[in-house]
Write a protein that binds this ligand. Structure first.
Ligand code: 5BU
Length: 258
């Protein structure tokens, strides 16, 4: 097979400045690993992120599961992002009409716009969701991912839905830098393909989550980044396990470009 384009080459095709920075960061840091820091106490999140921050290109959060969320937490997370050079991705999964998601992004308790480099959205409500988000996000240099497929059993995001989601991303590629997906849902090199539902052994949890390994995600299904939560933050030695994931995912990428 013909060697694929590198992340740095693809950066030039990306129409969003933050997206270009991410492509470059991945290659500089040799990391296409995203930590899903799904802990419920801010101190635990900050501790975890300081331990594994050097191994990841993005830290993904769920702000609404944090029991003691404050502006101070946000500032500390941003300090860690500078220290370790990673981006912050709030996995908010916006899914309402444009006018409402604009408020959910910009207002409320979490003021996501202030601190999240990247957010994501479901395409179920149509392009208005992107129009609403980019109305506040573009001028702040933010970027968005569309959820084209989910990792969970019985997901309705497939077939025509996935295709229509890809078309929406192409129309709004100034703000949309890629997808959450299980597969390379289109062959457009300007986009990033990020895959959750990854751990070292295939399998599932008791609530519908389905897992593939890093090499199935990156080599077989040709996505670009893996998103790992429990397998890292529940590990006895998160740093070592994160390094294992980083190597597995980055080596799979290196194989694809060689
Ligand atoms: P896990 O602990 O590695 O299973 O965590 C996976 C994370 O990715 C978790 O925060 C989910 O909310 C998130 N996720 C997912 O698992 N599957 C999806 O399709 C999407 C997000 Br979109």
């Amino acid at each position: 097979a013909k060697a694929e384009m590198t992340f740095k080459e693809r950066a030039e095709l990306c129409k969003n400045e933050l997206g270009r920075r991410l492509f470059g960061l991945m290659e500089d840091k040799q990391s296409n690993l995203i930590l899903s820091a799904d802990l419920t106490k801010s101190e635990d999140i900050l501790k975890l992120v300081d331990i594994v921050g050097s191994k990841v290109c993005i830290v993904k959060t769920h702000a609404d599961i944090i029991e003691d969320f404050t502006v101070d937490f946000v500032h500390k997370l941003q300090d860690l992002a500078k220290k370790h050079n990673f981006l912050i991705f709030e996995d908010r999964k916006f899914a309402d009409i444009g006018n409402t998601v604009k408020y959910q992004y910009n207002n409320g308790l979490h003021k996501i716009i202030e601190w999240a480099d990247i957010v994501n959205a479901h395409s179920v409500s149509g392009p208005g969701v992107i129009q609403g988000l980019q109305k506040v996000g573009l001028e702040k240099g933010r970027a968005c991912l569309l959820i084209a497929e989910m990792s969970s059993k019985g997901s309705l995001a497939k077939g025509e839905y996935t295709k229509a989601t890809v078309d929406m991303a192409k129309t709004y590629s100034e703000f949309v830098i890629g997808f959450i997906s299980q597969n390379r849902v289109c062959d457009d090199q300007q986009f990033l393909y990020m895959t959750p539902g990854v751990r070292l052994e295939e399998g599932k949890d008791s609530l519908g989550q389905q897992y593939v390994t890093p090499s199935v995600a990156i080599l077989q299904n040709k996505t670009d980044l893996i998103i790992v939560g429990r397998n890292i933050y529940n590990a006895e030695d998160p740093l070592n396990v994160a390094e294992e994931f980083r190597q597995a995912a980055y080596n799979a990428y290196l194989k694809r470009i060689s």
